[in-house]
Design a protein. Structure first.
Lengths: 478, 281
């Protein structure tokens, strides 16, 4: 039987996009000096014109944040601060559909994901951290209740609103004020969030949003008035930032790249594992730092898993991100698409075998079919470098020790997956894997109460839970 | 002075449970506070550091796998061994630093007590620093702190025994292995401390001790790609920036501390691991 899906597009009438946006500084909209276009990656339609933040804009934002920290935000009790965060969480829930549609238009991710994951989790992050604001003395071992002051936050384009929530919610709950720069290609939901701050009556200057590109980010990193930097993005840029702040008193947390191993043991429940593999690499077009991008299969079940995985991949619906049936949306930018093409070409050249289902891709916009490479060795670039796209590299193993050896054979250490029906084996593998987040018999689950972050070159610090909160408080370590 | 000639000690490095001389064949003179010759200490080289990292890396999984109770007992055993040699250590401190006998004995006592304090944390800190997380879904979710791996130490120049112990105890207790550079001007206490460690059931390679110059070795500690963390409490503050920058290549976790008895010193060299598993039939 062949199921056909009729198109079920979500209406975009719920969002109103201005033709041009400025920066949000000190509670007001400030006109930019120059602008760049933000496009819908699924259609290449220009959505809006975004201000390119200069160092003068960053300076104004830092001054506003400092003033707010000194005059209003640090004077408030934790209880009152928390109430602002609760308000923000509620307004985000009220405007959930608007956020979801806008995110999908700007980012290219399926509406099913922005509606069911990004937006509800973002609101949940504010609700969770709101409750911490008046309980900081219980936040953990080795931390104080003292905020850093002004925090500079630079976020990526893969989960624009959710990464904003991961950054802004703990910063505000702990009494810091914020200068945030959204990613160049995905500014719109951050600018809508500025409206939420206004509706919540958040004091002026507590949250400042300066849009722009890498030069704007550099101005934030190098601004002497900023006490802490929080960055999510590539390991290369993370290292640049770490070097830039090394001789300063700035505190730094980093959420960087990954090359997550998803290990399927011979005793795994195969059908569930296949669903987990699909979720692990094709969720959000694989634009996920913790994606399960290296599938490591025990040899005795490898053929069966690959056969079922291919059958499952043929059912993945690629296309209009606003269509509620869509599983795999658009690649976020032409630049990212070029990077995926470059790395997958290296996979071909180095001798791995490429396979994709026969699926039609739209003519306009940036698209990449779900892809797996088999016959991958640990030396291949597609096994070592983060592709950040819907591309899975498949390796095999014979003994559990070999699986762990391969999984850990990477400078990254963000996530890993384990598929096994044997509890002791799961706990053993969990202990052996050098990664900050381990998903056993599941993958790509996130929660504000659950710390997230990497070992090794995947970053410094955690986000979420008590551990994430502590990054925004001064600690005993300098 | 009677007619007997004293048998003097050769101070060597401590790598992988053995006492080798530096591969470089170099030494530097350690003088007493009043300027008399005390010893020729090894002037450790970059190669000695690399050998020590190899030993520390090889020893790390086994040490981390030891039970917390066992690690606690071994750290406690180090305290026992040090207590028994308190007079000798006090005399050595006084000779190097000019501290009075009373002050030096006090330093040894504080070092012993601090070892005991850290020993007790081994099976307690994971309870305080870990968590079960109430996530919104049918998942069991928990976070556990784990040892970071191999950690370097630039020990303080002052308080050659106490400063050294305050640096290494919190690193070892969680299951890390360490390479520690002794006080450059007063390294003899740390080298003698190796004799204490060697009789305390600490597995070979878990703690490796070098003597030498901070200015020569600290940059190599910072840039070594197989060192995961670095305690630079013993390094002058004006050098922290350069060292931190050199540590970026492998995103080394680099910290310095003002307090000596502080659980944050343990946690600075641990990683938090979060685990998810579905709940259901």
């Amino acid at each position: 039987m062949n199921f056909e899906y009729a198109a079920a597009p979500e209406s975009r009438s719920v969002v109103k996009i201005d033709p041009v946006y400025g920066h949000f500084i000190n509670g007001k909209w400030v006109t930019g000096t120059s602008h760049f276009n933000s496009i819908n990656p699924a259609t290449e339609e220009v959505l809006s014109s975004i201000a390119l933040g200069t160092s003068a804009d960053v300076d104004a934002a830092v001054k506003a944040a400092r003033n707010a920290f000194d005059k209003s935000w640090s004077k408030l009790s934790g209880r009152e601060r928390g109430k602002y965060l609760f308000r923000i969480a509620r307004i985000m829930q009220e405007r959930a559909r608007e956020f979801a549609v806008l995110e999908t238009l700007d980012n290219g991710k399926p509406i099913r994901e922005s509606r069911d994951v990004d937006v509800p989790l973002s609101a949940a992050h504010f609700f969770y951290h709101a409750g911490w604001a008046d309980k900081l003395e219980f936040a953990g071992v080795g931390t104080t209740t003292t905020p850093h002051g002004v925090v500079g936050q630079i976020i990526p384009w893969n989960f624009p609103l959710l990464m904003l929530a991961w950054k802004v919610a703990p910063a505000l709950a702990t009494g810091n004020t914020v200068v945030l720069k959204p990613a160049e290609t995905t500014s719109l939901t951050a600018l809508l969030f500025a409206q939420v701050c206004q509706q919540a009556g958040l004091p002026e200057g507590v949250v400042n949003i300066v849009t722009g590109d890498g030069s704007t980010g550099a101005a934030i990193v190098n601004h002497p008035g900023i006490d802490k930097i929080a960055f999510t993005g590539s390991t290369d840029v993370g290292k640049l930032i770490a070097r830039a702040v090394s001789a300063t008193n700035k505190s730094l947390t980093l959420e960087l790249g990954g090359k997550g191993a998803n290990i399927v043991f011979g005793d795994a429940a195969i059908d569930e594992a296949v669903e987990g593999i699909v979720n692990g690499i094709f969720f959000n077009q694989g634009h996920v730092c913790c994606a399960g991008s290296r599938l490591i299969l025990q040899e005795n079940i490898a053929d069966e898993v690959l056969e079922k995985l291919k059958r499952r991949m043929e059912k993945i619906r690629v296309g209009d991100p606003l269509d509620k049936n869509t599983d795999l949306g658009a690649i976020n930018s032409a630049e990212q698409l070029a990077k995926i093409h470059e790395l997958t070409a290296a996979g071909d050249t180095e001798g791995a075998a490429r396979w994709s289902p026969n699926c039609a891709l739209p003519d306009k916009g940036f698209w990449f079919a779900p892809t797996i490479f088999t016959g991958v060795t640990q030396a291949h670039r597609i096994a070592r470098e983060e592709i950040f796209g819907p591309v899975l590299s498949v390796l095999t193993f014979r003994t559990p020790n070999e699986a762990i050896e391969k999984a850990n054979n990477t400078p990254f250490g963000l996530s890993a997956g384990i598929w096994s029906e044997k509890g002791s084996n799961i706990l053993w593998a969990t202990q052996q894997l050098r990664a900050g987040v381990i998903w056993a018999n599941t993958f790509n689950k996130f929660d504000p109460a659950s710390p997230f972050g990497g070992y090794k070159e995947s970053g410094w610090g955690r986000e979420g839970g008590r551990h994430g909160l502590s990054a925004y408080l001064k600690g005993s370590a300098k | 002075m009677s007619g007997r000639l004293e048998v003097m000690k050769t101070y060597k490095l401590y790598i992988n449970g053995a006492f080798p001389r530096t591969e470089s064949g170099r030494s530097y003179e350690i003088k007493s506070h009043s300027g008399e010759f005390l010893a020729n200490a090894c002037l450790a080289s970059r190669k000695d550091l690399r050998d020590a990292v190899v030993a520390a890396r090889a020893a790390q999984p086994g040490w981390a796998k030891a039970t917390a109770y066992n690690r606690g007992q071994i750290i406690y055993r180090i305290a026992e061994m040090l207590e028994g040699r308190a007079d000798q250590f006090a005399q050595e401190i006084s000779l190097q630093t000019g501290a009075t006998a009373k002050e030096s004995l006090q330093e040894v006592s504080e070092a012993v007590d601090l070892l005991v304090w850290y020993a007790g944390w081994s099976d307690k800190l994971p309870s305080l620093a870990g968590a079960t997380n109430p996530v919104s879904g049918p998942f069991y979710n928990f976070t556990v702190p784990e040892a970071l791996g191999v950690v370097g130490v630039i020990a303080p120049i002052e308080k050659p025994l106490f400063g050294f112990v305050a640096a290494i105890a919190p690193i070892l207790v969680s299951g890390n292995t360490a390479i520690a550079l002794a006080s450059s001007s007063a390294p003899l206490s740390a080298i003698s401390f190796a004799e204490v460690v060697a009789t305390s059931d600490l597995p070979n390679g878990v703690l490796n001790i070098l003597s030498g110059q901070q200015s020569e070795l600290a940059p190599w500690f910072a840039s070594h790609m197989d060192i995961d963390g670095l305690d630079i409490s013993g390094l002058a503050v004006d050098q922290h920036g350069t060292i931190k920058e050199a540590g970026v290549e492998n995103l080394k976790r680099i910290s310095s501390f003002a307090e000596t008895a502080e659980p944050g010193r343990i946690l600075a060299f641990m990683e938090a691991k979060t685990v998810w598993h579905p709940i259901g039939n």
